[in-house]
Design a protein around this ligand. Structure first.
Ligand SMILES: [Zn+2]
Length: 270
């Protein structure tokens, strides 16, 4: 079968972006903002967004789910969601402007942070610190899977409140933060659970296996910073030959929420 689907940034990919720019942007002061296309700017309206950013210093950078957050010296937090094709590039102003550049932030030292986004789905916000009420996806987000607070006990309690198919649930940002279609497939494959299994049907051993698979797959991926276009062998999407990395059976796919979920019919019986 043909392995279909377009990769988009998930928790480990967002961590990799943060890791790449953190050493350069923390401590920088915004001098100017050049908006080529205002579409990514969601909050506040772009003239205010621009005005508030200028003069503010970046104090830190962190991640919540798939959002990148920059707490600033002016009491606001600058937030970016890369969505499908967004990227942040720290560079010298002489570097050629990429054709998909949407917003260019210039710092007082002359360097720039450029937001590129081919599909134009990425979003930006500037909100008062810790007031995420204007960003519903952030406000309603579930626990961070890699945090120490996310334990098997917490996972069990959360699962008990939910119904439906396990793949949809694993990708639901209100249930757990940061997992999308690609990592969801790998996590379920690792745990040997069919993506269409109902949550209520899972045994306690399967739930335990799923919990450990979430932690292991994400930890391993964050540690190694696999590129979005160069996934290791155990990623199901992107395997051109379409066979299971564990048992070499042909992989299969089902459409869940408009996207293909890949699985091994032998390792993950329905
Ligand atoms: Zn298999």
């Amino acid at each position: 079968m043909i392995i279909r689907g377009e990769p988009m940034p998930e928790l480990p990919d967002v961590e990799a972006v943060i890791d790449r720019i953190k050493g350069d942007v923390v401590g920088e002061i915004f001098k100017g903002v050049e908006i080529f296309i205002p579409d990514p700017i969601q909050l506040p309206p772009w003239p205010e967004f621009k005005e508030r950013l200028v003069g503010a210093k970046i104090l830190d950078i962190w991640r919540r789910g798939k959002f990148i957050l920059f707490p600033l010296s002016n009491g606001f937090t600058f937030i970016v969601h890369l969505r499908m094709t967004g990227n942040l590039i720290y560079c010298h102003p002489q570097q050629e402007i990429h054709k998909h550049t949407r917003v260019v932030f210039t710092f007082e030292n002359g360097r720039q942070l450029r937001f590129t986004d081919q599909r134009k789905l990425g979003k930006m916000y500037l909100v008062p610190d810790e007031d995420f009420s204007g960003i519903k996806a952030l406000y309603t987000m579930g626990p961070e899977p890699l945090s120490e607070d996310f334990t098997l006990d917490v996972f069990n309690k959360l699962l008990r409140k939910r119904k439906g198919r396990i793949k949809s649930l694993v990708m639901d940002q209100r249930f757990i933060a940061g997992i999308g279609n690609v990592y969801g497939d790998v996590i379920l494959w690792q745990a040997k659970i069919h993506p269409q299994r109902c949550v209520g049907e899972l045994s306690s051993a399967e739930i335990r296996g799923l919990f450990h698979s979430i932690k292991e797959v994400l930890h391993e991926s964050v540690r190694n910073y696999y590129s979005i276009h160069e996934r290791p062998d155990w990623f199901l999407m992107g395997r051109r030959e379409g066979i299971c990395p564990r048992c070499a059976s042909p992989l299969d796919a089902v459409k869940i929420q408009g996207r293909y979920s890949h699985f091994c019919p032998r390792c993950q019986p329905g």
